[in-house]
Design a protein around this ligand. Structure first.
Ligand SMILES: [Zn+2]
Length: 392
């Protein structure tokens, strides 16, 4: 199962001066194409889902497919929530299987950005999940033309970056040094000296948003100065769009006529980037050093006293509702033994995204309240064990 800890993946890249592609996906075709590109180039890869794109697809369904694609991969994969706007966005992303989250409060004043980011970092770290913050302002939205989102670039200052990282504890920092989201008009002017100073001051993986339209030479210089994760979407969407236009010109009529070859077009651009950014061929080295991202199954077998079967069902339903919202909980399963004479008649199967959740779940006020008031008083005989699941 080559889902790996994103912290380890990006630290390997940072030490070895290459960058991992964080490719945003908006459909199954993107997901398949990105994975095919990473496999072909033997590269670590980040599958990225941007909150601003959730109008294009069902996030929950897309996550199920994304997790499945990551688990069957032979190259190391991380799954990232891109541009989460709120605390709750980050919790939702983690509980659906993201093992990295970005909180983007960069449009708020610095104090507010620090406060919200710190709150997300505390929650996410208690789930084992690393966090990307952003400082400064990269104009635009993924896939939109920057010229339709006016607003000047607000450059990240070295002093603010140092303070922001110290006070929030973010693992990675998205910096604003002259790129814009979407398509650029003219040649972007990047502040490489500023980037080098930020890199020297922080020593953590840096992230660039708005990679579309940069020259090969610009990418090379960014990576030399600490850029370790490159967010990339617009050029993939454009490659897909061009292929569909070509298909239209060739008398395409049906959906599958229009989308023929779209995966290949996306994959070719993914491979070009992976080779340019130096992550090609790094898959095995990352697998050797990175912690595997493995869920934990929190199993409780129990019997009840003083409750009817109906009461038990009600208690289970409340538990599924309340406990599944606790950060780091992927799933809450409840069950009743098939055979009446089973040693334990009922069970909870609670899946945590990471072993760190064993402690943070136990101490979470919603869990404590439910356990103390609704469960333990009636469940005298019980066993409780946490299992690290062993899978291929
Ligand atoms: Zn972005």
């Amino acid at each position: 199962m080559p889902l790996v800890h994103m912290r380890d993946m990006l630290q390997h890249a940072h030490r070895n001066r290459y960058a991992v592609g964080a490719f945003d996906l908006v459909s199954l075709e993107f997901l398949e194409a990105i994975m095919a590109g990473a496999e072909a180039a033997r590269a670590p890869v980040i599958l990225s889902l941007a909150e601003s794109h959730f109008e294009y697809f069902d996030f929950e369904l897309a996550m199920a497919a994304t997790v499945a694609a990551a688990r069957r991969a032979s190259v190391p994969v991380a799954i990232h929530l891109d541009h989460g706007e709120h605390f709750d966005s980050a919790v939702r992303g983690i509980n659906l299987g993201c093992n990295g989250v970005m909180i983007d409060a960069s449009h708020h004043p610095l104090e507010e950005n620090i406060a919200l980011t710190r709150q997300v970092v505390e929650m996410a770290h208690a789930c084992g999940v690393p966090v990307e913050g952003e400082l400064g302002y990269v104009p635009g939205v993924e896939g939109e033309d920057a010229e339709r989102h006016p607003g000047d670039v607000v450059y990240t200052s070295v002093e603010d970056a140092k303070r922001y990282v110290d006070e929030t504890g973010v693992d990675f920092l998205a910096v604003s040094i002259g790129t814009v989201h979407g398509r650029m008009k003219g040649e972007p002017k990047l502040d490489f000296d500023r980037l080098a100073e930020i890199d020297a001051a922080l020593g953590i993986p840096l992230v660039i948003h708005g990679g579309t339209g940069l020259s090969d030479e610009q990418f090379r210089r960014l990576i030399e100065r600490g850029v370790t994760k490159i967010n990339y979407y617009t050029a993939l969407a454009d490659a897909a769009g061009r292929r569909m236009q070509d298909n239209a010109g060739n008398d395409a009529r049906s959906y599958t006529d229009f989308t023929r070859g779209v995966r290949d077009a996306i994959r070719e651009e993914v491979v070009r980037c992976i080779e340019l950014w130096g992550s090609a061929g790094q898959a095995d080295a990352v697998l050797d050093t990175a912690e595997r991202w493995e869920p934990v199954e929190h199993v409780i077998l129990y019997n009840v006293e003083g409750l009817t079967d109906e009461d038990v069902e009600e208690m289970m339903a409340e538990g599924r509702r309340v406990l599944s919202k606790i950060p780091g909980v992927l799933r809450v399963g409840t069950g009743q033994a098939v055979k009446e004479d089973a040693q334990y008649r009922f069970c909870w199967l609670v899946t945590f995204c990471h072993p760190a959740v064993i402690d943070s779940y136990r101490d979470h006020p919603d869990h404590r309240r439910f356990a103390d008031e609704r469960f333990r008083p009636y469940a005298g005989g019980r066993v409780s064990i946490d299992y690290r699941m062993i899978e291929d």
